[in-house]
Design a protein around this ligand. Structure first.
Ligand code: MSP
Length: 508
């Protein structure tokens, strides 16, 4: 049977030499979802990339005394290196400076112009350069950009416009008929009530005040507005407007665009309208997640609360960072980042619950048997409960992942791990070991624990891929069934600690 496809994207990132842990958030979650879908047999296409045009980049390159292309070429590797160190399993990395993307964006613009969805006019308005966003007077907060709070400036120039107004009613109808399109629910209401219903103004989609962008094919003194350029990445990467669009046929529409809450607006207004105008189906879901914040505010270099995420990876290990990000923030809401919370989580869950269980179990197998372990016909009164939890786990995770409650999916795995530790305390293998007539029970207890570790180890694979692999190596078993098996044989390897306990730091 042909595998079902699953196309998942992160936003494409502004290339930067100072990514912080907040930037890793979208990508780690997307990676966990992509890996989960692969584990469940989907044909996954997972895409990320870099958003390299715009005035901001042009200004930075100018300050650095290099061309914009030289500037982005030099720092784009920083994103790729960071994703590598976080074990991000993307299938495609798109750069908006890639030739095929630039050509396709030009064709998209020309097509929309030729069919009358883009027209020429004059732009007068307020622009926030850092956010690359246009605002109307009424959208400003205290006269400043509502997203970043910085100064906006007035611009006036000949420009092209996209007819958002023409599609307003169709968009509202679509959103209302597809409740899963914008998630969580609160963001959907915000989009409809604050942005769409008050009336969509046509969007200025070209600029002449700077050069670093994709030139409009038929009027090259204009460059294409960065958001039109950037949003198109989701289809140009699949070969839209090229000679070979088999990937587009296979993977479009996207199943999930995972984005931060501040860019839901672009993905649920401009993007669907572009797609409607291009006569393409809309993505199945745009999920707007909350931010990782520090002391209630955004993480930023200028506030001094920034650290290169690779330092955390170096100090605590990649899976500790992944675990913290995936676990700490209820999906959809904001979550607070602190290094001490990362340490506390690592100690409490990864070292004490998971690491300890694996270590204790394998140490007991080595000590009491030092030969392959099988299920015996001797039982204890505590077995049934544990086996039931093992058997229910897969379905619980499926339910949580279907609504992207990644943190709860992880929590359900840790519930089984905690129950397994409790099972050890209840079944008291060290007492069984002293009694010659109870060796069968002892072997069953250790077998059940190994089954719990095996099933949890598989379940952890999308979230903590490195740890999952180490668990598999230690228990020396590659059975993939996500439920309790009766006929496994365990010839385990010597245990080594999966996680070291870390000292909490005084100063953060
Ligand atoms: N280039 C645009 C996206 C274009 S998509 C067609 C952009 N780039 S970004 O680099 O500023 O942000 C990339 C992602 O990182 C966004 O989803 C954004 O929300 C996320 N985050 C940046 N800082 C964040 C936190 N502190 N916490 C969580 N996510 C945050 O926007």
């Amino acid at each position: 049977m042909e595998k079902e496809k699953y196309y998942i994207t992160t936003p494409i990132y502004y290339p930067s030499s100072d990514f912080h842990i907040g930037h890793c958030y979208t990508t780690i979650i997307a990676d966990a979802i992509a890996r989960y879908k692969r584990l469940k047999g989907y044909d996954v296409f997972f895409q990320t990339g870099t958003d390299e045009h715009g005035q901001k980049i042009e200004n930075k390159a100018h300050e650095a005394g290099v061309t914009p292309k030289e500037y982005v070429d030099k720092i784009v590797g920083n994103a790729q290196d960071l994703w590598k160190s976080l074990n991000i399993s993307y299938d495609k990395f798109i750069r908006t400076t890639d030739d095929y993307h630039e050509r396709a964006v030009q064709k998209i613009f020309t097509k929309l112009y030729e069919q009358g969805d883009i027209y020429k006019g004059e732009y007068k308005g307020l622009y926030c350069t850092p956010c690359e966003s246009f605002w109307t007077e009424s959208q400003l907060v205290d006269g400043k950009c509502p997203d970043c709070g910085r100064e906006v400036h007035e611009v006036k120039e000949e420009a092209y416009f996209l007819k958002l107004s023409k599609y307003q009613d169709r968009l509202v109808e679509y959103i209302e008929a597809h409740p899963e399109f914008i998630q969580p629910e609160s963001r959907k209401n915000e989009m409809i009530n604050n942005f769409i219903k008050p009336g969509l103004e046509d969007l200025c989609v070209s600029r002449t005040s700077f050069k670093w962008g994709i030139p409009v094919e038929f009027d090259p003194k204009h460059v294409v507005y960065v958001w039109i350029d950037a949003l198109s990445n989701y289809i140009t990467s699949l070969g839209y407007m090229s000679d070979d669009d088999h990937l587009l046929q296979r993977y479009w529409p996207a199943d999930l665009h995972l984005v931060g809450k501040e860019i839901v607006r672009f993905h649920t207004i401009i993007w669907p309208i572009m797609l409607m105008a291009l006569n393409l189906p809309l993505p199945k879901q745009v999920f707007g997640h909350g931010w990782l914040v520090i002391d209630g505010g955004k993480i930023s270099k200028s506030l001094g609360n920034y650290k290169d995420p690779r330092e955390y990876i170096k100090d605590y290990g990649v899976d500790a960072v992944r675990y913290y990000v995936l676990r700490e923030v209820p999906f959809g809401s904001d979550g607070t980042f602190s290094e001490n919370a990362l340490i506390t989580r690592t100690n409490a869950d990864l070292a004490n619950v998971l690491g300890n269980l694996v270590n204790r179990t394998l140490a007991m197998v080595k000590k009491y048997f030092d030969r392959p372990i099988k299920l015996t016909d001797q039982k204890t009164e505590f077995d049934a409960n544990l086996i039931q939890s093992i058997d229910e786990l897969d379905a619980i995770i499926a339910e949580k992942m279907a609504i992207l409650h990644v943190s709860e999916a992880l929590e359900s795995i840790f519930d089984v791990l905690r129950k397994s530790n409790k099972y050890i305390d209840d079944a008291t293998p060290w007492i069984l070991a002293k009694d010659e007539s109870r060796q069968g029970e002892l072997e069953t207890v250790l077998y059940n624990l190994l089954e719990a570790i095996r099933v949890c180890g598989i379940a952890l694979r999308p979230f903590l891929p490195t740890t999952s692999e180490k668990i598999q190596e230690q228990i020396n078993n590659d059975h993939e069934e996500p439920e309790y098996l009766k006929d496994n044989v365990y010839a385990v390897n010597s245990p080594y600690p999966l996680f070291q306990r870390i000292e909490v730091k005084d100063n953060n």
